[in-house]
Design a protein. Structure first.
Lengths: 226, 226
DNA sequence: GTCTATAGATTGATAGAC
DNA sequence: GTCTATCAATCTATAGAC
């Protein structure tokens, strides 16, 4: 009968931590459970014992990392909406975008040593495995839909499909930034110096806010194509 | 003695085509040589015979797809610079961005059936394998550096590091768009309808141009954080 | 719950006949 | 150049002793 409690929980946590680290750096498929066991200093069989399969472990790792981020997104978006409704005015697009973007850069990554986690979250849309991408998307969908709805209120004159495109462009800029900010890259010399996350969020916010909050009309006619 | 010429070239091309298709859809590591041989309808050993190794094939596939895109980028950027210099004025940031972005969406993908190739090119920065990412980055670097230099001329008042960040945000928006436009996705219901590539480029251009060509200053102070 | 040992499948790559 | 056959390595997952 299990009553010690500790050793089991500890093993589970060690596996999750090691998985976060290795998945972030090497991706899901290029990380074997043998590597995981070695990194976590647990027995190879323990992983399948505690999680059932590698895919189930992947799911748990993704969930553990994304849930607090997305929860805070939803809470903050709802709060902004409520405040606006109370005041009888529209929510500010900039506030909504900030509520969506900032949690990704601050939750779980306060410590510089854990910034590699950004890579994991930033891989949502570029994962080639459909099963894994589905796990990501399912986590991502609720806060994104909420953002979309709220942005429709904030920018009622923007056509719906244009807004959706622009939100996706913003997502692309954000996830790319998360990947760049996370770990070692062979593109190091192309990259801006990784400043503090506050600066990153500020610059990203400025970029996407300008890109999104612009009345829709084709930019002035191009003079020549080439 | 080899004199027929045809069968060899044909096999090589069939392998490259099949590799493009499978790599685009399933990623590099999740595509096995056996699958490749089956898709290309060639013998399993032919792949190692013609390319030496799987990694060498990956490199050839990436090069074949990115070279014409990047070549056009470089040519167009250089032409814009030259024209501006001849007129004694600065190049237009918008023209430069267009010269960099548009080739990705038009070269090799004129036919709707080949749009899956966008996924391959869009995976440059999200690949977890360092060796593969290095291949991508090496192809990407020359036109990107040229864009950066030209943009410095176009926007001399923008601090260098701010410009670099913004260019990366634009890259993120672009690659994300390329991934979305390419293939089947479990996020289908989150995605804007895949219009024609002309509309996509237009909207993307509008977004990044606004985001980049803005004087640098923190957006107005945020009223409250939460 | 933890461990050893191993099954069972798949991988990239190669040797050698034709 | 093309093919068959196969190697050696690696992978996920499990069975069974402790």
């Amino acid at each position: 009968m299990k009553h010690s409690g500790k050793p089991g929980r500890d093993t589970r946590k060690r596996i999750l931590d090691a998985a976060e680290y290795l998945f972030s750096h090497n991706g899901f498929h290029r990380t074997s459970i043998k590597q995981l066991a070695s990194e976590a200093k647990v027995n190879l069989a323990a992983i399948n014992y505690h999680f059932g399969s590698k895919m189930a472990l992947i799911e748990k790792v993704i969930e553990r990392q994304l849930r607090p981020i997305n929860q805070q997104r939803v809470e903050r978006l709802a709060a902004i909406r409520q405040t606006a409704a109370r005041k009888g005015c529209r929510p500010l697009a900039e506030d909504l975008l900030h509520a969506f973007i900032e949690p990704a850069f601050t939750i779980n990554t306060q410590m510089q040593e854990r910034r590699y986690l950004l890579a994991l979250a930033g891989r949502a849309f570029s994962e080639t495995d459909t099963a894994i991408r589905t796990i990501f998307i399912n986590q991502f969908k609720p806060p994104f839909m909420l953002l979309f709805q709220a942005m429709r209120e904030a920018l009622p004159d923007l056509p719906e499909d244009v807004l959706l495109w622009r939100l996706h462009f913003a997502i692309g800029a954000m996830t790319h930034c998360m990947r760049l900010c996370s770990v070692d890259s062979p593109s190091a010399d192309l990259c801006p110096q990784a400043d503090d996350s506050e600066t990153q969020v500020k610059m990203l916010m400025e970029f996407v806010t300008r890109g999104i909050c612009t009345p829709y009309q084709p930019v002035e006619k191009r003079s020549k194509r080439r």
